[in-house]
Every structure is written in C-alpha cells, then in structure tokens.
Design a protein around this ligand. Sequence first.
Ligand SMILES: Cc1ncc(COP(=O)(O)O)c(C=O)c1O
Length: 366
Amino acid sequence: MKWKEQINGMKAYQPGKSIDAVKREFGLDHIVKLASNENPFGSSPKVHEFLAKESFNFALYPDGYATDMRAAVAKHLGVSGDELIFGNGSDELISIITRALLHPGVNTVMGNPTFSQYAHNARIEGAEIREVPLKEGNHDLDAMLKEIDENTAIVWVCSPNNPTGVVVEDTPLKSFLKRVPKDVLVVLDEAYFEYVTNKNHKDTISYIHDYPNLIILRTFSKAYGLATFRVGYGIANKDLIAKLDPVRGPFNNTGLSQAVIQVALQDQAYIQKCREENTKGKEQIEAYCDEHDLHYYPSDTNFVLMEIKADSDVVFQKLMQRGFIIRSGNALGTPGYIRVTIGTQAQNEGLLAQLTEILKEEGVFS
Ligand SMILES: Cc1ncc(COP(=O)(O)O)c(C=O)c1O
C-alpha cells in the first residue's frame, strides 16, 4: 500500500504501564501509579455527585461546537467563545495544529527533551524537526530563535516543560514572543498551568491579544483530575482559531465530557486544595533529594525529575516489582533520572521508602 514514507518504522505512543498490567505481571494487589502526572486526589466530589444523579441519552451525537462548555470555559478565562478551540485532550490539538501547518519542506523548532508528541506528529507530517537542547531543564529561547528561518512553521514552548517541570518565566517569554517572526506559530503548551507557583510566572491569557501568532494549550487532564474525559483547549485570537477549526473532527468531545467539565469548573476551591497538597508533596520529594544529594529540577508541575545515580531502567523495574509505577529517564531522554508524579503524602512516603531500599541495593546509598 502507499503509506506515507515517514510512517515506516514509527512506533505508537508508549504510555506508562497500566495498573492492571502491573498487577497481573507481578501478582500484586495494590499498585500506586505515579507515571502519567494524573491528579492523585482524582476530580472534584461535585463531578462524582453529578455523574451519580444525571442520566444521558447516549444515542445522540454531542454538540459539535461544545456551546455550553465553550461558554463556561470562556467565562472562567475571561475570553470570548471564538477565542477557544477544544480537542480530545490537548494531544488532539497538537495533531490538529501540526496537520494544519506542517508538511515536507517546512521545519518546526522545539526543546529537547520535551513532550514527545510535538516531534511525533511533526514526523507523521514529514516536516523537519529542529531540536534545541534545554539549558538547566529550561528552554534555551535564544538558541531556539536562531533555529527559526523562513521555512519554520511552528515553534513549541512547553511551559512548564515535560519532563523537567521547569517553567519559562514571564520576562524571557515576552522577550521571545516579541522576537518570533509573525508568520511562525508559537504553541505555548501549559498542560500544568494550574500547578505553577513560581512568582515570576504570569497568567499568559492576555498575550493572545498582543501576539496574533500565539496559541496557548491547556487541559482538564491534570489538576482537574479528568484525564478520562479527554478535554483540552487552545486559546488564541479568533482568526487563528477560525483557521484551525476546520481541521478539527466534527464531534471530538463527548456530551458526557462537555457536561462534566462545566461542573468541574465551578469547584475552584477543589483545584486550590489540590495545588496546595501538590506543593506539600513536592517539598517532601525535594527534601528527600536534598538529604540524599540527588539533583532535581525546580518543578512547577505535579511531577519531579530526580537524579538516582543508578540505571534508570533498573530502578524503574525494581520500583514496579514493589508496586510503584514511575517513568524511567531512559524513555524520556534523561538517563540517570526518574520522573515521579507527585502523589498523596502517603504515596510519596511509600515511594521514597522503596527507593531508599533500591538505591542501597544498587550501591548508591551506604
Ligand atoms: C506537556 C503536555 N502536553 C500535553 C499533554 C496531553 O494531555 P491531554 O491530551 O491529556 O490533554 C501532556 C500529557 O501528559 C503533557 O504532559
């Protein structure tokens, strides 16, 4: 068959192992998954109450324009409805954006390591990928600017960056946005926005009015604890949204998802509580790293990329045998490190206790 040449040899996205798969493989009853940066507290109790009492007509297609969810998100952000585009997770927005702009003959600029789906989608479209090494876990924006030329169509800024957790502060971000040519789309992926505590980071929403070539991506999969419902959104000026919208599938968010998002948005106290718990959990993991002289990146997310001074795959495998699923740095372009999602205090304690045992076995701790 006449496959796109670039698809040959490509592999499907490799998610962290599922809880059921690990239970089966190791004969364990209890597994803690700290691999995919999900909210360990789940979603707002209001969502559960809503789902218990509401019924839905599953035979009907959902509202393809997501009118009510759009109005609720627009109100929450203080933007207008035509400044939003919804995706089946922000993953789908990444593929919509690449499909709209990338093809053989153009290039796209991104950090390295960063979220794998930018390069994955660019590869499918046959575009040249220009990866710029991070500097101390953060985007090297000046070096990225140097990579932009007349054939650049998209530049990706993941802030905070996955897998390092480091956020781009406001001053360098604005200076970068000013200097990117106006015919290059800047994708600012803020999947972890709700977890940011860095005082030098500002809410970027108003920048869509200053920079017509900017789209900001956010998601309900992380702090809102709604990854199952697959809703991410892009915020940009309305002309940019109008260009992207025809590339979107017709009914890409289910009716159930649209209803749930509206309920979840009303419980901002819950998001605040999760943010506070996350900060405590982050301090717990950072204190462990400090105590054991293990390097970590300053995280503004619900995960920490920490050094282990041992083979990442070995530590990953041994933690899994003991019931903890994390991500090996080898799979993320950061050998010698592991990425752990910040769990509840008890989950973090359990993880760190097992890690101590493993690092003793590996001869890292005496
Ligand atoms: C930086 C970043 N962007 C986007 C996504 C995709 O999130 P979703 O498709 O669930 O909205 C993730 C998920 O891990 C992520 O880490």
